[in-house]
Design a protein around this ligand. Structure first.
Ligand SMILES: Cc1ncc(COP(=O)(O)O)c(C=O)c1O
Length: 334
């Protein structure tokens, strides 16, 4: 089976395992794990931030980003398909107790929408807006930096904060051929994942100003996620950060090739967006297609009107050829 469900399925490579086995460690709750500190400093440096905090998951990095910027009952403005909204088990309501206000179109809210949402501010009936949320990449799509700047500029002009869910920020930076700091620029907090396209086994980070990150560090402890000799896993993330960022363009190239082969050979329409290929299906038919693909050795994810195939560091050119063949066989059956 060629596993293209997600870029989270990768296993640590032999040199990454060696780096983990040999990591210098200490008690990170007391700030004494040198490997965690190195990872946090290097991540902050790459993102142009003052500080960063290593956390177990992207979910937690996002929730801490929310928690440090929103008081109970305040609004976070987000897209209905952002991970924060649909994939974090309602944590937005449980932890920060924020009120999401959602849009459905595009990869960023339009000026008209932002103006209309801010216009109601101060109305006694309204929740107070506090935070604007973006995600880059967003289902594989790169959000243009001009769009990010338009939205963060608006947020700051109106005294709101801005968060970037950068679970795949490294892919966005590679696709745009810019340093990661350029993608992170303008946001008060940024979450990034080491365990997706970078291929580390565990962990994410939240970056921002030092006092913001200190508040997140306290909240992480409050939630019981203070980690002790976490350098063992942080070493995998550090290895990935140093050695795997440069190879992201290979994943993007393979995704583009897979989309091309599927479109040319299978009678299906496929679009590649960074490391994700979306194979279009009739409305609501993603499940039936994903099952057929799996019968022919290709594991993908049903996302409703498409099957998502994600290219990652375990996928070779031979796998791409084989996956296209599997999809062609499945398509002939459908
Ligand atoms: C855009 C985005 N944000 C956040 C997350 C959460 O990351 P984790 O699975 O590490 O909690 C994911 C996971 O797939 C994601 O795709």
């Amino acid at each position: 089976m060629i596993d293209l469900r997600s870029d989270t399925v990768t296993r640590p490579t032999p040199p990454m395992r060696r780096a983990m086995a040999e990591a210098e460690v200490g008690d990170d709750v007391w700030g004494e794990d040198p490997t965690v500190r190195e990872l946090e400093e290097e991540t902050a440096g790459l993102l142009g931030a003052e500080a960063a905090l290593y956390v177990p998951s992207g979910h937690m990095a996002n929730q801490l980003g929310l928690y440090v910027s929103v008081r109970s009952g305040e609004e976070v403005w987000a897209h209905e398909h952002h991970h924060l909204v649909g994939d974090e088990q309602g944590a937005t309501a449980v932890l920060a107790r924020a009120q999401p206000r959602l849009y459905s179109d595009g990869v960023a809210p339009s000026d008209e929408l932002l103006e209309s949402w801010i216009a109601g501010r101060g109305d006694i009936h309204r929740a107070e807006p506090a935070l604007v949320w973006l995600e880059n990449t967003f289902t594989g799509r790169v959000v243009p930096l001009s769009e990010q700047r338009r939205v963060t500029g608006f947020a700051h002009r109106h005294g709101l904060r801005a968060h970037l869910d950068g679970a795949r920020l490294w892919n966005a930076a590679a696709a745009l051929d810019v340093p990661p700091a350029e993608v992170a620029a303008g946001f008060d907090t940024v979450s990034v994942c080491f365990s997706k396209g970078l291929g580390a086994p565990v962990g994410s980070a939240l970056a921002g100003e030092a006092d913001t990150v200190l508040r997140a560090r306290r909240a992480r402890k409050m939630l019981g996620a203070g980690m002790r000799q976490a350098g063992v896993i942080a070493a995998g993330a550090l290895y990935a950060l140093r050695h795997h960022r440069k190879r992201m363009a290979e994943d993007h190239g393979r995704a583009a090739e897979l989309a091309r082969l599927i479109t040319e050979r299978c009678g299906l329409t496929a679009r590649a967006q960074t490391n994700m290929v979306l194979v279009q299906t009739p409305a609501g038919d993603g499940g039936r297609h994903a099952e057929a693909f799996a019968r022919h050795g290709v594991a993908g994810l049903d996302i409703g009107d498409a099957v998502r195939l994600v290219v990652h560091l375990e996928i070779t050119d031979t796998d791409i050829e084989a996956a296209a063949r599997g999809v062609a066989e499945a398509a002939a059956e459908l």
